[in-house]
Design a protein around this ligand. Structure first.
Ligand SMILES: NC(=O)c1ccc[n+]([C@@H]2O[C@H](COP(=O)([O-])OP(=O)(O)OC[C@H]3O[C@@H](n4cnc5c(N)ncnc54)[C@H](OP(=O)(O)O)[C@@H]3O)[C@@H](O)[C@H]2O)c1
Length: 409
């Protein structure tokens, strides 16, 4: 049996290898021994993908599917996973309760048509077809659109489906693999829904719930960078010490003030807001809501006249109920934002936003989210990976679940 290094050496000297098109059908495309993964001498790569063929709870419907990927031709690119997060929307998609549903297909050779889970992640280019113009081996890429399936060890995609990270210096796979959904959402909501008075930097506020989420942490940091004060609402933790530690962590990130949901729902919250905003001289002009229910109503009540509330999530699964007076007398505007749809409509702006966030990251002004790292090796079992996905909506987590592939080329 040839070792991987022997195969690579043979390939690099253009030796005895036959062209793929002449490969007899009966020859294996790839093979494993003792659980190890090998790339075949015909350019095929073995891959595994976390797929689902019906909707349900991740632990019930996700399974690990093994398949082969041919050498790329034309504008195809072969990729290896570096890092892919597990976001709440990924789970909703698998549950079948999310508006965008990737089609179930048979392209990976699954016994029934399936979709690959995951919507964002960082990948490394392993090889490119002859027609690929802008990517070379070793480049890091992210997927241009959501819904393409990122929970897979390897993938073959068309160059047009990928965004090349122009300068990956001083960036980690985690930073690149988590940039396209949450930071972009926070960035666009702050920029596009409120006419900030930039002459009043440091004198205007935004308020947000879910402030310890990926989006919330991004909003805190953009607020700090752009001179917008942030009033942040989190859920109380198990003990007062843990709650104080979370508040301190967000302040360290740049939060101006942090309160718990319980504190916000108390009668004297109005007085607190009055005080921190210098008796209303520093208006709260934007509310970012990913929770709904009473929490969202309380956010809206803090807003200055003519301000905006953007709803982008519904973690409590409770509807947003609004006192009519907020619409009639305060002329508040209520909008929704969905980064997938926005990104499809504004591909260039999305790339520029990503570049901006990565520039802030590189310069140390945008910090990593806390993560719960899930190592995905070639030997990882499907049920264990599916169980990690299941935990995503659990609440009170210490960090976002993130797959890190350690299985090599
Ligand atoms: N519309 C869009 O384009 C868009 C884009 C990105 C994200 N999102 C949405 O934004 C939200 C946050 O996403 P993420 O990836 O940033 O989240 P994340 O990092 O995974 O964190 C989850 C957040 O949700 C909170 N949470 C969980 N269950 C809750 C409940 N029952 N009531 C109140 N809060 C709860 C958590 O608070 P605890 O720590 O207290 O549990 C935490 O702050 C999600 O709803 C997601 O779907 C929307």
């Amino acid at each position: 049996m040839l070792s991987r290094s022997t195969l690579r050496a043979a390939k690099s000297t253009q030796s005895i290898l036959p062209r793929i098109s002449t490969r007899p059908q009966c020859l294996p495309t790839s093979y494993t021994t003792n659980g190890r993964r090998y790339v075949s001498m015909y350019g095929y790569t073995q891959a595994k993908a976390l797929v689902y063929s019906k909707y349900g709870e991740p632990k019930d419907v996700l399974s690990l599917h093994k398949h082969s990927i041919s050498a790329p031709h034309g504008t195809q690119v072969n990729l290896r996973l570096l890092t892919a997060p597990m976001n709440p929307a990924d789970v909703n998609q698998i549950q079948g309760v999310y508006p965008s549903k990737p089609p179930f297909q048979s392209t990976l050779g699954t016994t029934v048509p399936s979709a690959v889970g995951g919507n964002e992640g960082a990948f490394e280019v392993l090889s490119t077809g002859a027609g690929v113009k802008n990517l070379t081996k070793g480049d890091w890429v992210i997927m241009k659109k959501t819904g393409q399936g990122t929970w897979r060890t390897h993938a073959q995609l068309d160059e047009s489906q990928l965004i090349r990270i122009e300068n990956k210096d001083n960036l980690t796979p985690l930073q690149i693999g988590t940039v396209s959904v949450n930071p972009v959402t926070a960035y666009r909501m702050i920029r596009d829904f409120c006419n900030w008075d930039w002459m009043r930097a440091g004198e205007e506020w935004l308020i947000q719930n879910g402030a310890n989420s990926g989006v919330g942490r991004a909003a805190i940091q953009f607020g700090r960078e752009w001179g917008i004060k942030t009033l942040n609402v989190v859920r109380q933790r198990g003990t007062p010490e843990e709650t104080e530690a979370l508040k301190a962590e967000l302040k360290e990130l740049g939060a101006t003030a942090v309160v718990t949901e319980e504190e916000m729902l108390q009668g004297n919250f109005r007085d607190y807001v009055h005080e921190v905003t210098r008796q209303g001289r520093e208006p709260i002009r934007l509310a970012l809501n990913c929770v709904g229910g009473k929490n969202a109503t309380a956010l809206a009540k803090t807003l200055a006249p003519d301000s905006h509330m953007v709803t982008y999530g519904a973690m409590s699964k409770q509807p947003v109920a609004l006192p009519s007076g907020l619409l009639i007398f305060k002329n508040l505007s209520f909008d929704g934002f969905w980064v997938s749809k926005w990104g499809d409509k504004n591909p260039e702006l999305k790339e520029n936003t990503i570049k901006d966030v990565l520039e802030l990251t590189r310069s140390g002004k945008f910090h990593d989210i806390p993560v719960d790292n899930v190592e995905w090796s070639w030997d990882s079992e499907g049920p264990a990976l599916a169980e990690s996905v299941q935990g995503t909506l659990g609440g009170y987590r210490s960090g976002k679940g993130v797959f890190t592939f350690t299985g090599g080329d």
